[in-house]
Design a protein around this ligand. Structure first.
Ligand SMILES: Cc1ncc(COP(=O)(O)O)c(C=O)c1O
Length: 493
C-alpha cells in the first residue's frame, strides 16, 4: 500500500479503504506541514500559508471532498471551476481507465488517434459546423496563447502583418502566461510582470452592475459596445482580435452581462475586420446555461437580431470543464476561414505551435465521456431545475442589507458584500469560516460566488444556501471593518 493510501474513515463518512500503516494522530496537520515545506502553492502568498494552511484532501465523491480525518467539504466552486459531475465520477473514470489500457499518450504531430478526432468532430458539430477545426493544448492559458498567435499569424498570412494588436475588457482574466496576462486586467496578478507584457487596448466592461437607476442590464452592455466601436473606428487597421469572456467575467468577480453585448461585438468585429476570440474556459460546458455561452448571442429583435448561424466567435477557447475536472485539456476551435489562411507550401506559414501533451488521448476520452453525459443525462435541462432550486434557496439573501447585486447566470451565482460592512481580509476569513461549515468556498474580493458541480438536488441546494448564510453571519459578526490591517488580498477565484 502506498503512502497515499487513506487512513480508516470515521463512521459518518462513506467507507474508505482501511490502512494497515500507522495513522498519525492528526494526519491532516502532518500533510499540511509537509506540503508547506515542499510545495510552492499556486495563487498563494506562501507567508500567509501558515495562517491559511492548505486543506489536505484525501478523496472526493460527488460534490464532496474529504480530508484525511474524514471531515467533508462541499466543493462549492468545483475545484477552480473544473468539475462538472462531481468528484471521482464512475462513468468518467471508466472511460479514462479504458483508454489507459489502450493508449495513454502519443504525440499529435505526425500521428493521430480516435479520441482527438472524435472530440474535434463532436465539438464542431455542437457549433453547427461554424467552427470546423480544434487545436489542442493542456491548460486554459495555453489555449489563450494559441488563439492570440493564430489571430495575428492569420492576418500576417493575409498580407496584413500590421494587424497584431489585441483588445481586451476591463477586469477580464485570461490566464497567467505572459501573452494571456497581457490581455488580463486583474492588477494583483498582472502588475509585477507589467514591464514584460505586450501592450493591449483595454475597453469598458459590459458588467450589468454598472446600470444606473432606471437602466436595465442591456444599457451598460451597449455603452461598452459603443466604446469598442470608437476604438475600432480609429484603430481597427492595426487590431488583430478582441478577446472576451462571454456572459460572465469570472476571475474579475463574477461580473455578468447582457447577451446583447455578444451580438454587438460580433457585429462590430465583422464590420471592422477584427477577429473575435471567445474565452469560454470558465463559462463553457454548460456553466452559462447553454453548452457554449456564445450560443446565447443568437436572437434579439429587429435591427438587433442575429441569426444563430452567424452568432459564433472566430476562435473559441475551451478548457476546465471539458474533461469534467479529471485531466488537463484545452483547445481552440477555429472558423474554417482562419484554418485555411495557414494552408500553404511554405512550412513557416503553417501554425507550428505545439505542446508535448497536445491532444492527450486520456484527456480527450474524458472529454468524450463528458459530451456523452450531456446527451445521456440531459444535463442542461436537469441544470435548469437545479438552478431553480438553488436560486429559490438563496432568495432570502436578497433582502439582506449587508449584501448587494445577488445575481445568477446559468450555474453561477454571486453576490457582493457591501463595502460598509466589509472586514479586512474578507475573502480569506470567509474561506476559513466556510471550512467550519463544511464548505470549500473562496470569494473573489468582496464577491461571494457559487459554481457547484452539477451534482446536487433540492435538499443540497437548501443546505448550501443555509451554510453560505451562516458563514456570512459568522464573518460579518465576528469582525468589524476597523479590526485588522487593510493589506490587499488577492481576488483569488
Ligand atoms: C476565462 C479564463 N481564461 C483562462 C483561464 C486560465 O486557465 P488555466 O488556469 O487553466 O491556465 C482561466 C482560469 O481561471 C479563466 O477563468
Amino acid at each position: 500500500m502506498s503512502r497515499y493510501s487513506l487512513p480508516a474513515a470515521p463512521v459518518a463518512v462513506p467507507a474508505a479503504t482501511p490502512s494497515p500503516v500507522a495513522v498519525p494522530a492528526d494526519p491532516d496537520r502532518a500533510w499540511q506541514q509537509r506540503s508547506l515545506r515542499a510545495v510552492w502553492h499556486p495563487c498563494t502568498q506562501m507567508r500567509r500559508a501558515e495562517a491559511l494552511p492548505p486543506l489536505p484532501i484525501a478523496r472526493g465523491a460527488g460534490p464532496w471532498l474529504y480530508d484525511h480525518g474524514g471531515r467533508r467539504y462541499f466543493d462549492a466552486i468545483s475545484s477552480w471551476w473544473t468539475n462538472l459531475f462531481g468528484h471521482a465520477d464512475a462513468r468518467l473514470n471508466a472511460a479514462i481507465i479504458d483508454q489507459l489500457g489502450r493508449l495513454p499518450h502519443v504525440m499529435l504531430a505526425g500521428c493521430t488517434h480516435a479520441p482527438a478526432i472524435e472530440l474535434a468532430e463532436r465539438l464542431s458539430a455542437l457549433t453547427g459546423g461554424a467552427l470546423g477545426h480544434a487545436f489542442y493544448a493542456s491548460d486554459g492559458a495555453s489555449a489563450v496563447e494559441i488563439a492570440l498567435k493564430m489571430s495575428a499569424h492569420c492576418w500576417r498570412n493575409h498580407g496584413r502583418p500590421e494587424k497584431r494588436e489585441f483588445v481586451c475588457v476591463r477586469h477580464g482574466y485570461h490566464g497567467e502566461t505572459l501573452g494571456a496576462l497581457a490581455v488580463t486586467d486583474v492588477a494583483v496578478f498582472r502588475d509585477a510582470y507589467d514591464p514584460l507584457l505586450m501592450r493591449a487596448h483595454l475597453v469598458a466592461s459590459p458588467d450589468a452592475r454598472q446600470a444606473r437607476p432606471g437602466e436595465d442590464a442591456s444599457t451598460p452592455a451597449r455603452r461598452a459596445a459603443a466604446e469598442l466601436r470608437a476604438l475600432f473606428a480609429e484603430r481597427a487597421g492595426r487590431i488583430a482580435a478582441l478577446i472576451i469572456e462571454p456572459l460572465v467575467q469570472c476571475a474579475g468577480g463574477m461580473a455578468m452581462h447582457d447577451p446583447v453585448y455578444l451580438r454587438e461585438v460580433r457585429r462590430l468585429c465583422d464590420e471592422f475586420e477584427v477577429h473575435l476570440i471567445a474565452d469560454e474556459i470558465a463559462v463553457g460546458c454548460g456553466r452559462s446555461g447553454s453548452f457554449f455561452a456564445f450560443e446565447q448571442a443568437a436572437g434579439g429583435e429587429g435591427a438587433d437580431a442575429l441569426p444563430a448561424a452567424q452568432a459564433w466567435p472566430d476562435l473559441l477557447c475551451l478548457s476546465k470543464g471539458i474533461t469534467g475536472g479529471t485531466l488537463p485539456l484545452s483547445l481552440v476551435l477555429s472558423r474554417d476561414a482562419i484554418y485555411e489562411a495557414f494552408l500553404d507550401d511554405d512550412v513557416a506559414r503553417g501554425f507550428l505551435h505545439s505542446h508535448s501533451y497536445t491532444g492527450n488521448p486520456l484527456a480527450c476520452r474524458a472529454a468524450l465521456a463528458v459530451l456523452d453525459r450531456f446527451t445521456e443525462d440531459q444535463v442542461l435541462a436537469a441544470n435548469r431545475e437545479r438552478a431553480a432550486a438553488l436560486s429559490a434557496a438563496l432568495e432570502p439573501l436578497r433582502g439582506d442589507a449587508r449584501i448587494e447585486h445577488l445575481r445568477r447566470c446559468g450555474m453561477i451565482w454571486a453576490f457582493d458584500v457591501r463595502e460598509a460592512v466589509l472586514p479586512a481580509r474578507f475573502a480569506e476569513r470567509f474561506h476559513l469560516a466556510g471550512r467550519a461549515h463544511e464548505l470549500l468556498i473562496r470569494p473573489i474580493g468582496r464577491s461571494v460566488y457559487l459554481m457547484p458541480p452539477y451534482a446536487f438536488d433540492t435538499a443540497d441546494a437548501h443546505w448550501l444556501a443555509e451554510r453560505v448564510s451562516a458563514t456570512l453571519d459568522n464573518v460579518l459578526s465576528s469582525t468589524s471593518s476597523a479590526d485588522a490591517d487593510r493589506t490587499p488580498e488577492p481576488p483569488t477565484a
